[in-house]
Write a protein that binds this ligand. Structure first.
Ligand code: SF4
Length: 336
C-alpha cells in the first residue's frame, strides 16, 4: 500500500470533487518508438462516491491508477499532459513546490499484493502501524482489536497465524486481504483498488465488497475500483468509466452503463457477464481481442471488433461527447 505521494504542491485546485483528473496523457517510450498508452483521460470522484473503471487487460486502467498516485515507472512511462487534483490541491504537476502530505489521503491496493506489503515485517507489525497512522488509539489494546476485527470481517479464520506471518508465508488470497486491511484501517479519503477481488472465491469477494461499502458509509471514504469484471461494477459502483485502448469511451451512472449501455464496447462487456440486467438469452462471448497499443487501427480503435462499424469509424477517432448531465460517450453513432 502506498500513501500518496509523500509530497504535493500547494497550488489550489477545484474544491467540489475529491479527485479530479484532467486530460491525462501518458507515453511509454522505448528505444525506437513512443506508444501513447493513455490519451486525454479525464475523470472525477466526489466525496464518498464509488467509481469503477472497467475494461479488458491492456486498456490502460492500471497505468491510470499508477499515474494518479505518482508511481509510474519513469522511464519508460512519461506523463505528457494533464493535471491531477486531490482534495482541492493540485498533486500533478507539482511545479517543484513540495510539502509533506501526512497520513490519510489516498491508499492504493495493487493487483499484486506483495507490492503493498513489506516483506521484512510481519502482518501484525504492518497492520499496527497502519492503525496508528489511521489515528486509532493504542490505549486498552484498541489497535490490536481493530486489526483482528478487520481481518475477521475479511473472512480470515486463522487470524493469529496470519498476524504472525511474513507476507511470503501467506497464500495470494490471504496477502490480498491483508493488503486490503492495511488500506482500509488507515481510514483514507480515497482507496484505489486494482482488481481487488481477482483470485478470490465468490463468497470472499462479496464479503470484501461489503466491507468496502461499509467503510464508505461509516467515514465517507471514496473508492476507485479498477476491474475487468463488469459484475463488480454492477454490484458496487455509483458511476462507471469504460476504458478501451487508453481512452475513456463511455461514462455514466451504474444504471446508465449496466441497463442501457450506449457504446458498442460497453454493450459487449455488459452482455458477457451475468449481471442480471441483460435481456433474456445466453451470455455472449466478447469477440476479438484488445488492440496492440503500438499499432492502433486508424479511426475508432474499436472499429475492427465493432458490429456497428461505419465508414467514418475507419477514418476518424470519435470525440468523447456529453450526453446528458453525467453521461459521456465516444462513438460516431451518437454524433447527431
Ligand atoms: Fe463502433 Fe464506430 Fe462507434 Fe467505434 S465509432 S464504437 S466503430 S460505431
Amino acid at each position: 500500500m502506498i500513501n500518496i505521494p509523500g509530497v504535493i504542491s500547494q497550488e489550489k485546485g477545484l474544491k467540489s470533487e475529491l479527485l479530479l483528473v484532467k486530460g491525462l496523457t501518458v507515453d511509454f517510450e522505448t528505444f525506437d518508438k513512443k506508444i501513447e498508452v493513455l490519451k486525454d483521460v479525464s475523470l472525477k470522484i466526489e466525496r464518498g462516491e464509488v467509481v469503477t473503471i472497467v475494461g479488458e487487460s491492456g486498456s490502460g486502467k492500471s497505468t491510470l491508477a499508477q499515474a494518479i498516485i505518482g508511481v509510474l515507472d519513469t522511464p519508460p512511462a512519461f506523463v505528457k499532459r494533464g493535471e491531477i487534483y486531490f482534495d482541492g490541491v493540485r498533486i500533478f504537476p507539482t511545479d517543484g513546490k513540495r510539502v509533506k502530505f501526512r497520513g490519510t489521503g489516498i491508499n492504493m491496493v495493487f493487483q499484486e499484493p506483495l507490492v503493498s506489503l513489506n516483506p521484512v515485517y510481519t502482518i501484525r507489525k504492518q497492520l499496527l502501524e497502519a492503525a496508528e497512522i489511521g489515528g486509532i488509539p493504542e490505549k486498552g489494546g484498541e489497535r490490536e482489536k481493530v486489526i483482528k476485527n478487520t481481518l475477521t470481517e475479511l473472512m480470515i479464520r486463522d487470524v493469529e497465524r496470519v498476524l504472525n506471518s511474513y507476507p511470503h508465508q501467506l497464500s495470494g488470497g490471504m496477502r490480498q486481504r491483508a493488503a486490503i486491511a492495511m488500506a482500509v484501517i488507515q481510514r483514507p479519503k480515497l482507496v484505489i483498488l486494482d482488481e481487488p477481488t481477482t483470485g478470490l472465491d465468490l463468497i470472499v469477494q462479496r464479503k470484501i465488497m461489503g466491507l468496502l461499502l461499509n467503510l464508505r458509509r461509516e467515514i465517507n471514504t471514496s473508492l476507485l475500483i479498477i476491474t475487468h469484471d463488469l459484475a463488480v461494477a454492477a454490484n458496487m459502483a455509483d458511476r462507471i468509466y469504460v476504458m478501451y485502448a487508453g481512452r475513456i469511451v463511455e461514462s455514466g451512472t451504474r444504471g446508465d452503463i449496466i441497463k442501457d449501455p450506449l457504446h458498442p464496447y460497453s454493450l459487449m462487456l455488459r452482455d458477457s457477464v451475468p449481471t442480471g440486467y441483460k435481456e433474456s438469452g445466453p451470455l455472449k462471448v466478447t469477440e476479438g481481442a484488445p488492440p496492440d497499443m503500438s499499432a492502433l487501427p486508424t479511426g475508432c480503435p474499436f472499429h475492427p471488433r465493432c458490429p456497428n462499424v461505419m465508414d467514418i469509424c475507419r477514418k476518424n477517432v470519435p470525440p468523447l461527447k456529453n450526453i446528458g448531465d453525467v453521461r459521456e460517450v465516444a462513438c460516431w453513432l451518437y454524433e447527431k
